[in-house]
Design a protein around this ligand. Sequence first.
Ligand SMILES: NC(=O)c1ccc[n+]([C@@H]2O[C@H](COP(=O)([O-])OP(=O)(O)OC[C@H]3O[C@@H](n4cnc5c(N)ncnc54)[C@H](O)[C@@H]3O)[C@@H](O)[C@H]2O)c1
Length: 392
Amino acid sequence: MKEVRIGLIGTGFMGKAHASAFKNVPLIFGNEPGRPVLEIVADIDADAVQKWAAEFGFARSTTNWREVVEDPNVDIVDITTPNYMHAEMAIAAAEAGKHIYCEKPLALTSADAARIVAAAEKSGVTTIVGFNYLKNPAQAFAQQLIAEGELGEITLFRGMFDQDFLADADVPFSWRLDRKLAGTGALGDLGSHTIGLAQFLVGNIVEVCGMNSTIIKERAVPAGGSGYAATVQEGAAMRAVENEDITECLIRFENGAIGTVGTSRVGMGRKLGLGYEIQGTKGGLFYTQERMNELKLYRDTDPDREKGYKTVYIGPEHRGYKAFFGLAGIGLGYNDQKIIEAHDLITAVALGQPVQPDVRFAYEVDKVIDAIDLSCEERRWVKVSEFDTEVD
Ligand SMILES: NC(=O)c1ccc[n+]([C@@H]2O[C@H](COP(=O)([O-])OP(=O)(O)OC[C@H]3O[C@@H](n4cnc5c(N)ncnc54)[C@H](O)[C@@H]3O)[C@@H](O)[C@H]2O)c1
């Protein structure tokens, strides 16, 4: 058993999800081939980070993220800060020879993502990006069904990710609404997951035509807190929202399939409305994250009197599930996806292997985001290859 030492940057919503995932990896999967050790954590408030470190069991804490990157006792630098910091932190980590666990979207632009890919590939470190929904055992199964030809040629992908956490106009401004800190709005924050699923399951998207809309044009400046936890006082100043609430987009895949991706952060009633329908010449798949332990499968080879979508219950036959339960139907939750993600990374680092989805996968997602963003701005079809960056 090899100890794999973690240096975490950021103690917000995702910092907590990552830290608890690492703590759970040995409990769920056992200690082999690697056991995560919570070595050091960084955030900007000295008292808060010290307290947080003690609660989660990190040996040390700091307010300077560079100490994490430079720490000789750190094997993996885990980046859970707002989007605009990812590139600088990930490149510094790669240059220090550290493996990288970074949240999505990988960077503010695909050009910055390409710089991360170049630095990581040059130093030969293992990388993974937090597309945790791909770690749901249902998605490995969906990918397997498609690869085995069960659906025939894929003709259509319709994907979505809607949430309503910003539907209330009284929710204050936060970094997610600041173009310089977040990049795009719903598209990068939520849509990146849908684009990741589309490319994981169907293949690369080559052409896009999008449109977007900002529904709530200004929000109150927060008094404190960060991200989803921001709070506001009465009479606070208002600030203009700098990126979109909704994006809808037509897409064309390299393999000829067509479809749509749509995303909203003001999607009233949608709590975790990530999902897709995939149609092929021999069958179809339907998935919604709100029922993440089920996959709907249609096979046209079924006898006519039995034709229809059937519900497959995700269970020990599907990659990643068995470590949790020996029976289908009990079901995994959001944080279990993160445990599988953290486990895949720890295993890869312990064995000196690559793992997916890596920074190159995330760069391909960022190119599609850039293409959709440009398409919305210029009101035209955009080829994703317009955002090819030479990675060297
Ligand atoms: N994979 C997912 O399902 C998922 C879900 C939510 C967020 N995310 C991603 O995770 C990242 C963080 O999002 P969040 O919701 O956790 O945000 P958050 O605002 O809750 O947390 C960000 C944390 O980073 C800290 N931070 C800011 N600057 C720092 C610095 N210089 N050094 C150290 N720490 C610093 C903040 O103090 C805060 O604790 C984003 O990239 C976001 O897109 C992914």
